[in-house]
Write a protein that binds this ligand. Sequence first.
Ligand SMILES: Cc1ncc(COP(=O)(O)O)c(C=O)c1O
Length: 473
Amino acid sequence: MNYDQARYGDEDRYEPLLSEKDTTSVDVDEASPLPEDLTRDSLELPRLSEPELARHYTRLSQMNWSVESGPYPLGSCTMKYNPSFTEDVAADPSGAVHPDRSDGTIQGTLELLYGLQDYLARIGGMDAVTLQPPAGAAGEFTGILVAKAYHEANDDERSEVIVPASAHGTNFASAAMAGYDVVELPSGEDGRVDLEALEAAVSEETAALMLTNPNTVGVFERDIEEIAEIVHDAGGLLYYDGANLNALLGQARPGDMGFDVMHYNVHKTFATPHGGGGPGAGPVGVTEELAEFLPSPQVREREGHYELYEPEQSIGKVHGYQGNWLVLVKAYAYIARLGDAGLKDAAAKAVLNANYLASQIDLDIPYGPFHHEFAATAGDRDAADVAKRMLDYGVHPPTTKWPEFVPEAMLTEPTEAESLDSLEDLADAFDSAMNDSTEEIESAPSKTTAGRIDQAAAARNPRLSWRALGEEE
Ligand SMILES: Cc1ncc(COP(=O)(O)O)c(C=O)c1O
């Protein structure tokens, strides 16, 4: 038994490392140009046939949960299915060009980037877009830096950014990292922005209000025009957290609501892979007044020729070259394939699916009417226990215990990608887990590869290689 077996406590679920299988030693006798302390003269390699190797990786992939295994209704995260045709487009070898090549020799690459800037600007109701930031959170940080540069250019130094208490943690972090004091705005009784509280919080120190709409409980901020007026009258800017844009695609645009700057989480809206904080994309859109502060380089078109340029008062670079090219190719392919009508339909179905699922479960949903997601409450049960039990019913659970103002919250977002059958499976999993005994839910999950893990320790103290874990043990 090794450390993983000890950890899982069940030999059946253990998948040995390739190096723990039958190995063979290969002698390396060729002289190497590398320094001696970096080379070795023999190498242990696993002795495996191709089917054994394929099965090993298939088993490993089955130990994990993905949207290709079943529904994944993680509220706020929009775990929609990534259609595989986008992979084909991104895998086209003609797209593999060195980013240092001169503009004239990469016209196709620049045309695609320009096209994506344009698509996103039109979808968001913005005037200009940068594709550089590598994740939603990086987009927030970039957007707030752009807002700061705008104020500074107007000799208008401001010190505060207002963030609703229900906002994603990254909003607070982005504002603080950009050097602002964060003013927390409590939610009103109906879960929306409380206009009186906003009036009290806004001042000549307000650089921006960060908001998502529909908000974190899926409810549309219907006073958005008034909110925009309050912030703008005080000289502040309105920042749109694009995490919930999937509910609005083709139906409404943040720019038309009065937002001045926004980020797009392309993994939540345009079916690209999640970034894990970095290798994704979080483009930022802005109105005309802010365009000259965008990161460099931007792509523009002049008489049919595409070129890179540096906006006049650019905040500089936030990523190498033009951002994560292949992720951007996938976003472009997805938007182009769906078109206006397809995007509009995706948003409508995301909202319909959330409302249908909500109608099928017995849990109380304190805030509404909601759009693409809803915050149910597990009542007197522990939301995290119910969620763990749902894993035993073959579905991924929703986001739990967030937002905090919903007691024992189960923030649920099925996305447009789920069929009627899978929504009904999800509803069954909710109700079955809620009706199971305390003993059953407290010891769940029992049918997954790993049982209860210490989530806080895993997040705060990650061991990212088996070697590090092995050395520790
Ligand atoms: C509301 C909201 N804002 C921002 C983010 C950050 O996005 P990313 O994970 O791409 O950094 C998330 C991520 O889950 C989110 O839910």
